[in-house]
Design a protein around this ligand. Structure first.
Ligand code: SAM
Length: 389
């Protein structure tokens, strides 16, 4: 490795602004994303006054640094973000590795300037800390402010990654004031990261109002992809439904819950619910009663020690949960397959109710309602039994 000695490499973490990545054309993103060794997709130009030793500059200028591993780093980390920021000649924390795969150049995150005065929406792990993405970690270390749902909960995470950001409380009871404070910080040219206790902010979590206020104030919102319990569960559900409908938490009260489920019953999409352990039994019982014969996936404690993913008939799910108290512990995503073909679009049930009200026996009412509406007879029969109670 000509021109850069071991000592300089080990000290690289302390280099302030060592260089600037200059994109050479519109097609740099794919070139970087592909991890192509080319060595020409980006060129390193030592910035004036960079803290590099005399003998390091020639090494870079003379193109003796192998940028292939650096491309790989960038591809993993900033395939999207870096090219965007590079075109503006701005700095993002990045590392370029030299032969041997050792980092030699680091731009420090605190180089963030007004160009970065945006609200970064940052997903955090559901349980496994290793699921914090590298980009999320960099942003949380770089921003001066983190708006967090629960400061006690997020404090240890921020400490662990070495973030010295100040925390702004942003929970469901103060979203309005939190949004105003965040907009103030953004107008002052400071970047703010928004996090919730776990997963993606704004998904059954506070955040949507803050994002709306920030956008309404004309400030930039930068979403980072990352952990989300619904998407994680869906990826392992193996349900063939082409579409899904994310509902989140159903109402706590049984009557309201069943009413909502009635409204969802005819959708041909997989239905995705969040549920807490103390309500999982009653919710699964209602799902079975209202939605009937379908497949349910019960994803529990995702990414954690006792992660379990069970798939089976919805009508047998309650018994399965009751068999073992451990199956009722932890956090849940419940996914129910969509309404089967021949499902009622509402007309079958409307007719069925009329016929039952006229005093027709369940079987006859179901048969007639099926003939009139085209909805499946068996399904209407089950429904008639439920309606008759
Ligand atoms: N914003 C989060 C997200 O992106 O998934 C969701 C927050 S919501 C307040 C919390 C609910 O998400 C839990 O009650 C549970 O239904 C689901 N959840 C969170 N972590 C989970 C995990 N590790 N396993 C299964 N479900 C989880």
């Amino acid at each position: 490795m000509a021109g850069i000695d071991q000592h300089a490499i080990e000290a690289a973490g302390a280099i302030a602004v060592a260089g600037e990545v200059v994109a050479s054309g519109e097609h740099d993103a794919p070139a970087l994303g592909g991890g192509d060794a080319g060595g020409c997709a980006a060129e390193i130009t030592p910035a004036a006054g960079a803290d590099l030793d005399e003998d390091q500059r020639p090494a870079i200028a003379a193109d003796q640094v192998d940028l292939a591993p650096a491309h790989a780093e960038i591809a993993l980390d900033h395939a999207q973000a870096v090219p965007f920021e590079m075109r503006r000649g701005a700095f993002l924390p990045f590392a370029a590795a030299c032969r041997g795969g050792i980092v030699v150049l680091c731009l420090h995150a605190h180089e963030m300037t007004e160009e970065f005065a945006a609200l970064y929406v940052v997903p955090t792990p559901l349980g496994n800390l290793a699921d914090l993405t590298r980009r999320a970690e960099e942003v949380l270390r770089a921003v001066p402010w983190v708006a967090a749902e629960d400061t006690r909960h997020s404090g240890p995470l921020l400490k662990q990654i070495g973030s010295s950001a100040r925390i702004l409380p942003a929970h469901r009871h103060n979203e309005h004031e939190a949004a105003a404070r965040i907009v103030e910080r953004l107008h002052a040219g400071e970047a703010v990261a928004l996090i919730s206790d776990a997963g993606t902010p704004g998904i059954s979590d506070p955040g949507a109002r803050i994002v709306a206020a920030v956008r309404a104030a004309g400030c930039k919102v930068v979403p980072l992809p990352g952990p989300c319990a619904a998407i994680t569960a869906l990826s392992a559900a193996g349900l063939a439904d082409e579409h899904f409908l994310f509902y989140g938490f159903l109402p706590n009260k049984g009557g309201q819950r069943r009413h909502v489920l009635e409204g969802l019953r005819n959708h041909a999409y997989a239905l995705v619910f969040y549920e807490a352990p103390h309500r999982v039994l009653e919710t699964v019982a209602d799902l079975a009663a209202v939605l009937g014969e379908r497949t349910v996936v019960i994803a529990r404690e995702l990414t954690k020690l006792f992660e379990s993913i069970h798939s089976g008939p919805l009508t047998a799910a309650l018994a399965w949960l009751e068999e073992d108290a451990n199956r009722q512990r932890g956090e849940f995503v419940l996914i129910v397959s969509g309404a089967p073909a021949g499902a009622d679009d509402g007309e079958g049930e409307r007719v069925l109710k009329l016929l039952l009200a006229e005093g027709l026996p369940v079987k006859q009412a179901a048969k007639l309602a099926s003939t009139i509406s085209g909805a499946a007879k068996n399904m209407l029969y089950e429904r008639a039994l439920a309606l008759r109670g």
